[in-house]
Design a protein around this ligand. Structure first.
Ligand SMILES: [Zn+2]
Length: 391
């Protein structure tokens, strides 16, 4: 590898004719080392690039002991090769990463909040600031100051300087990594920021298009600020607009009425649930009276389309009417459903003994305590056989 890789010499170079100097398999994955590369290896909070090596997909790029390892979907041979960069992905990384530099600089210089961490996510990115709280008005101010610097189209440049020169400069940095040797790479946002960074950056702040701060979250005594920048922001806005339009269609209301529309429908659902519960209570009482009138010591009933809570309600009503009776109730559709076995104080049915056996016959699982046993089953068609155990 030449001393400074192509992605650093020119972060906008998308294609390079070079050569594979080493190739093979590591941990079951094909890899290649190139004489030079346009693919950025993961580092400094910026994810690895993707691309192709003579048509073979590069799915990851890592720097290991100073060597840049390209992880491939298929093996390649050593020799001349063309390496191509997935520019859309890279430019997205450049936008989110450069946005972080700008946010970090403005947060520190205008608000006194230092950045303690940065995360470039697949959908949303965030920085962690050492501010105990950031209220919505402060967040809006931060976004507004950042927007002004985007409009200013400030040049963003990177350069390498000697360690001696670095020590003399006023650099916003948390220090160099342990064991760092040689030159120091600096990135500068003209008039705003000078920082150490090995990543790839937009050419000026205007290339960020915009930065939208999405919200905050308290974390480890600081505040995490979520943001989107550039093309990602436009795509996200497009998706949000489409989703809102779909919601308007579903609810048949305007944008302004959306929240009220959802709230009123949720209230309707709650009211309907209360009505259903009252009707089921009435139904359980009526059914219990009808079943009890048969005067059977063991009552066996199947209730299609009902659930376990209804069986429990019905069993309670039946026991209240006659505590000497045993009941074996099933409910459900087809073979899938529930069963409940209960026996009153005066019943001879041994629930702890028979409950598990019924669950086995009905190919299900159950549990219970005292004189009630219930469960979910998958073979309701065998309920006559199960009832036979009780008789
Ligand atoms: Zn950077």
């Amino acid at each position: 590898m030449t001393q400074v890789p192509a992605y650093e010499r020119n972060p906008r170079l998308t294609c390079l004719h070079t050569s594979v100097v080493d190739a093979g398999s590591r941990d079951g994955r094909a890899f290649a080392v190139l004489a030079d590369t346009v693919l950025y290896p993961e580092g400094g909070g910026q994810p690895a690039d993707c691309g192709t090596l003579e048509g073979v997909d590069v799915v990851d790029v890592q720097k290991v002991n100073g060597q840049i390892i390209h992880i491939l979907t298929d093996p390649v041979d050593t020799g001349p090769v063309t390496v191509e960069l997935d520019w859309q992905l890279r430019f997205d990384h450049m936008q989110q990463h450069t946005a972080q530099h700008l946010l970090t600089a403005i947060a520190a210089d205008h608000f006194g909040w230092q950045t303690t961490a940065f995360h470039l996510g697949a959908t949303v990115s965030d920085i962690e600031l050492d501010a105990a709280t950031i209220d919505p008005a402060q967040l809006q101010m931060l976004e507004d100051v950042v927007a002004a610097e985007i409009r200013a189209a400030r040049p963003v440049t990177a350069r390498r300087v000697s360690r001696v020169a670095y020590e003399k400069l006023e650099v916003r940095s948390r220090g160099l990594p342990a064991g760092h040797t040689g030159d120091v790479r600096l990135v500068e946002i003209d008039g705003i920021d000078l920082n150490t960074c090995g990543g790839t950056h937009c050419a000026n702040t205007a290339e960020l298009e915009a930065i939208k701060l999405l919200g905050t979250e308290s974390l480890r005594g600081g505040t995490r600020v979520f943001y989107l920048s550039g093309e990602r922001l436009r795509r996200r806005l497009g998706a949000e607009v489409a989703r809102t339009a779909a919601l308007r269609g579903v609810l048949g209301v305007s944008d302004d009425e959306l929240i009220g529309g959802v709230e009123s429908r949720l209230e309707q659902v709650k009211e309907a649930s209360r009505t259903i519960r009252r009707l089921e209570d009435t139904l359980a009482s009526l059914l219990a009276e009808r079943f009890a009138a048969r005067g059977e010591a063991l009552l066996v009933e199947h209730l299609p389309g009902r659930g376990l809570p209804f069986l429990q309600r019905l069993a309670r009503e039946l026991e209240a009417l006659d505590p000497t009776r045993a009941v074996f109730l099933t409910a459900g559709e087809g073979d899938e459903g529930f069963f409940l076995l209960s026996a009153g104080e005066g019943s001879a049915v041994d629930v702890p003994e028979l409950g598990p056996r019924i669950a086995e016959v009905l190919e299900g699982k159950g549990g219970g305590k005292g004189r009630v046993f219930q469960g979910r089953v998958s073979r309701l068609s065998k309920r006559d056989e199960a009832a036979g155990l009780l008789r």
